[in-house]
Design a protein around this ligand. Structure first.
Ligand code: SF4
Ligand code: SF4
Length: 304
């Protein structure tokens, strides 16, 4: 039976952090006690934030706002956008997993490929767990990535795009900005995976500590770096950005390699996420310092 106990942000954070610490599913599944993930960053965005509409206009009509995904799945609730909160988390890759993938030249290390499969299974379990815990407390909730009609759509502008993007949800919740390679650079760097849940629970959203969606990437802020370009084994990253189709094709081919060499059904790459200045930190010093002080960094100068 549902109880009516309004949850606080701290309680929600504790549910996420405790699950990461305590769940046996947070595992490399390689016969050791090694967890898949380090402890999470958690952020909150309002369902009424204008950014959701901006995403929709930029990506396409198929891209859901929190209000759309919530009311599609719980139409009887008829909840307004103001009553919804997007809870987003970042699961940082562990130091030793990052190190193994740094020496990879074409295909992922075994540890990285394990994380891509078993770490993501944990991420799915975390989404279910948070939805259940919210509902027990009387807050209806939906994990958009687990919605049966979540889909990937061919897009002229982006090759392909999906009904919900976990990285964009994390950006809206103040957790990071995009790099040249399209990855989200967070306070724990770009080597991470992310997840989210939309809940009927109005809480104070977290401020976005950036005024530009590329504020944490050296290429966009001062025209330097570009290290992710050289890390990509199939040249899917150039100064113009990330070629999703080339990247997808390489991920598909990696399945054969993972099965033959590591002897499990998996895939992955992530070479552009390691061995680069944004692997585990925000590489833009002014942005890193401003985040520590809780200040908004100035917008970056335009590139020449
Ligand atoms: S490696 Fe450099 S250019 Fe690429 S995303 Fe990171 S900071 Fe930006
Ligand atoms: S862009 Fe894709 S193919 Fe290239 S390094 Fe990154 S994950 Fe691998």
């Amino acid at each position: 039976m549902e109880k009516n106990v309004r949850m606080s942000k701290d309680q929600i954070k504790s549910i996420i952090l405790d699950f990461i610490s305590d769940s046996s599913l947070n595992s490399m599944q390689n016969g050791t006690d090694e967890p898949a993930w380090d402890q999470a960053l958690v952020g909150f965005a309002s369902g009424a934030d204008q950014i959701w509409q901006q995403y929709k206009e930029y990506v396409g009509a198929f891209h859901w706002t929190p209000w759309e995904v919530f009311n599609q799945h719980l139409p009887e609730k008829n909840v307004s956008a103001e009553c919804l909160t997007v809870i987003s988390w970042i699961l940082p890759q562990r130091k030793y997993v990052r190190k193994t993938n740094r020496s990879s030249k074409k295909y992922p290390s075994e540890e990285w490929a394990r994380i891509r499969v078993f770490g993501e299974e944990f991420n799915v379990a975390l989404r279910h767990h948070l939805v259940e815990r919210l509902e027990v407390a009387g807050h209806k909730a939906v994990a958009p990535m687990l919605a049966p009609n979540w889909t990937i759509v061919k897009s002229e502008r982006f090759s392909y795009a999906s009904s919900w993007s976990e990285r964009h949800a994390a950006h809206a919740a103040g957790l990071g900005t995009f790099g040249l390679c399209d990855g989200l650079i967070t306070a724990h760097g770009k080597a991470m995976r992310t997840g989210s849940v939309v809940a009927q629970l109005p809480v104070e959203p977290d401020p976005r500590p950036y005024s530009d969606h590329h504020a944490y990437c050296l290429f966009y802020t001062d025209g330097t770096c570009g290290k992710c370009i050289d890390r990509c084994p199939v040249r899917a990253i150039t100064e113009s950005g990330h070629n999703k189709e080339k990247c997808r094709q390489h991920l598909t081919i990696s399945r054969e390699y993972v099965k033959e060499i590591y002897k499990f059904e998996g895939y992955g790459c992530g070479l552009c996420q390691v061995g680069v200045p944004c692997e585990s930190i925000i590489p833009v010093k002014t942005a890193r310092d401003a985040l520590k002080k809780g200040e908004l960094p100035p917008p970056p100068p335009p590139l020449a």
